[in-house]
Design a protein around this ligand. Structure first.
Ligand SMILES: *Cc1c(COP(=O)(O)O)cnc(C)c1O
Length: 391
């Protein structure tokens, strides 16, 4: 049995490995970005991938209260989950329309992004069969070359949808490939020009979509000419600005909303010369005190961080030693244990602050060759969430 030595009156019959998501911070990040970008725009909050690992339902509820106009998800299942939780704002589903999903779009009042003329026809036939009119947004591919109607093919698309009377074009969007990279500003501007040309073409053909959105987080903040009349914010809402926004330019103030914690499960003393963990990648160079920490790569703490990252204990940075395994990692607490009595059950922080020390998701991303988004999205579902909120 371990002794709980710090706060959180959480149910301690389960493994004490948890994230804390501060909903007040998410709200503050939204307000900070809105003040920076401008109140004249509409705001779509992207809560796909369980709000980048922060909990889609709770984040969506908080952002809805904070005044976002739209919510954005990748797949319809995510949108339905939000509707079932009582979310009322319009929801845009970026992932297109897959055959058979049309009824769900209608039933749950979810707005699809249409990625091709074929998808528009599928939607139209369904709407017609129900005697209804369904809204959709069009994604124009202006250079990402991932999904959407490529800008050169827009004339055919427009001709095609002119005959589809049971669907209505409510919005037009595009997505940037390099909005975070100031060296690529010419490419971003080219995407903007192609988008604007597409919008003119639509207008000439009698379409008047009321929502025009291009910008993701870096696009909204870095490129004022890319704001259309709505911006789509993901990462910045969660305070993941450190590795997705350029340096050296004015930025809104942001704070990470998520921290990741666990507690020491076991402490052992090992003599010099003992190997630790799978593959014996670490050999003790001195008489060592090693703490076993109940978090592993299934929980999102990548094996690629083996031998690189550290854990925070009592405000001190302690090295993670040996291989990170599926359920456990090992921390060398020798230095601290020489000065104080460290106990089983003490809180260990893997992302977040402890005393003066701080580990960002972006730090772990840098050490494992990815971006902060993948770190928070990757936190496994065995990790419980605690939502913090003052008011
Ligand atoms: C994920 C996503 C966003 C949000 O991107 P961030 O960089 O997190 O702001 C915006 N638009 C679309 C279409 C997306 O898929």
């Amino acid at each position: 049995m371990f002794r709980v030595s710090t706060n959180l009156g959480i149910n301690q019959t389960s493994r004490p490995t948890w994230t804390e998501i501060d909903l007040d911070v998410i709200r503050a990040n939204f307000e900070s970005v809105r003040n920076f970008v401008g109140r004249e725009y509409k705001y779509l909050a992207v809560v796909k991938a369980d709000a980048y690992g922060h909990g889609a339902i709770e984040c969506a509820k908080e952002l809805e209260k904070a005044g976002v106009d739209w919510l954005g998800v990748a797949i319809i299942e995510e949108a339905i989950q939000l509707r079932k939780a009582g979310i009322k704002r319009p929801i845009l589903c970026f992932g297109g329309v897959w055959n058979g999903q049309e009824a769900q779009f209608l039933e749950y009042n979810i707005t699809p992004v249409v990625l091709s003329l074929e998808q528009a026809s599928i939607l139209n036939s369904f709407a017609e069969s129900k005697g209804r009119r369904m809204n959709f947004h069009l994604k124009i591919d202006t250079g990402m070359n991932r999904v959407g109607v490529r800008f050169e093919s827009l004339p055919e698309f427009v001709e095609g949808i002119a005959e589809l009377n049971s669907i209505r074009l409510e919005g037009v969007m595009t997505h940037f490939a390099t909005a975070d990279d100031l060296d690529e500003i010419d490419f971003t501007n080219r995407q903007i020009q192609r988008f604007e040309a597409g919008c003119r073409l639509l207008q000439e053909k009698g379409f008047n979509p009321e929502l025009l959105d291009l910008a993701n987080s870096p696009g909204s903040i870095v490129h004022p000419n890319a704001r259309g009349n709505m911006v789509r914010l993901g990462g910045v809402l969660y305070g993941l600005g450190d590795d997705i926004l350029p340096k050296g330019i004015p930025l809104p103030e942001l704070k990470p909303a998520l921290s990741l914690h666990t507690r020491i499960a076991l402490i052992k003393e090992l003599p010099k010369g003992e190997s630790i963990g799978y593959g014996r990648t670490f050999i003790t160079k001195r008489k060592s005190v090693i703490a076993s920490i109940p978090i592993g790569y299934d929980d999102g703490f990548s094996r690629r961080l083996s031998g690189k990252s550290s854990a925070l204990l009592r405000g001190k940075r302690m090295p993670i030693v040996g291989r990170i395994s599926m359920d456990w990692l090992l921390v060398d607490i020798t230095d601290l244990a020489g000065k104080a009595k460290i106990e089983v059950g003490e809180r260990v922080t893997l992302i977040g602050e402890s005393g003066e020390e701080k580990i960002l998701a972006a730090d772990l991303a840098g050490e494992s060759n990815t971006i902060s988004y993948e770190i928070t999205c990757g936190i496994g579902n065995r990790v419980r969430r605690e939502f913090l909120k003052k008011v």
